[in-house]
Design a protein around this ligand. Structure first.
Ligand SMILES: Nc1ncnc2c1ncn2[C@@H]1O[C@H](COP(=O)(O)OP(=O)(O)O)[C@@H](O)[C@H]1O
Ligand SMILES: [Mg+2]
Length: 231
């Protein structure tokens, strides 16, 4: 059996704020193999972002466990969890979340520097990845000086720069026009193939989802294999 990079066992989430109780799902199971690409479809409000946050250790489940690279997230201290996240996971969101005051190169260097690998290595890796995503000519541009697609490609480079075992994407191309979305997505698949990075991606785009190894649907608190009615 191939190595599992990220796993959810019996995962449940209920948001509680005062008297407001919002059950989102209970008892979800998911195992993502090394190098595997998984799409997650589902209607708005189904809990897709919640699931990704839990998988990424950005929020804590109400029940169940998440394992990242074999480490049980709830068994780690905040510092250990942060270090594991920085080392093993990359995140890409619908909005790029790049730091506006920094150049594309500096934004991509940052996670490498946070991993204490030093400036020369950070610069080398960041530059190589920005070149790989077709932005070798935009290294010195700040986010405000880049197009939407260029910003998203920079965010993808940043997510991949520490060579994570798995990239978690929450509608990473949802904010782009169809052509640019296809291009950014194609690039993520290419980096998946080249670097063996697993990819878990929430998307509304069934066409993009079909290009992943596995397509799941989160609906009514359940995560199931998606049945493609066009097949
Ligand atoms: N911080 C929160 N507090 C309370 N309810 C929340 C919170 N975040 C999300 N929810 C609720 O949980 C449900 C799932 O949200 P979300 O995971 O964002 O869905 P999706 O990403 O599939 O659109 C929604 O009904 C939403 O209103
Ligand atoms: Mg969402």
């Amino acid at each position: 059996m191939s190595e599992v990079v990220i796993e959810a066992r019996g995962l449940a989430k209920t948001y509680r704020e005062g008297k407001l109780v919002t059950p989102v799902f209970e008892d979800l199971q998911l195992a993502v193999a090394a190098g595997e690409t998984v799409a997650i479809l589902g209607p708005s409000g189904a809990g897709k972002s919640t699931l990704l946050h839990l998988l990424g250790g950005l929020d804590t489940p109400s029940a169940g466990e998440v394992y990242v690279a074999g480490h049980r997230m709830s068994g780690l201290s905040d510092a250990e969890r942060g270090a594991l996240r920085n080392r093993s996971l990359g995140f890409v969101y619908q909005f790029h979340h790049l730091l506006p005051e920094f150049t594309a190169l500096e934004n991509v260097m940052l996670p490498v520097m946070l991993a204490n690998r030093g400036i020369p290595e950070a610069r080398n890796r960041a530059q190589a990845l920005l070149e790989a995503v077709g932005l070798g000519h935009r290294l010195g541009h700040k986010p405000g000086e880049l197009s939407g697609g260029e910003r998203q490609r920079t965010a993808v480079a940043r997510a991949l720069v520490n060579r994570p075992a798995c990239v978690l994407g929450d509608e990473p191309t949802g904010n782009l026009d169809e052509k640019t979305a296809a291009k950014v997505f194609g690039m993520m698949l290419e980096l998946n193939r080249e670097q063996g990075t697993s990819l878990v991606m929430v998307t509304h785009d069934r066409g993009l989802a079909r290009r992943m190894d596995r397509v799941l649907e989160l609906h009514d608190g359940r995560l199931r294999e998606w049945v493609d009615e066009d097949d």
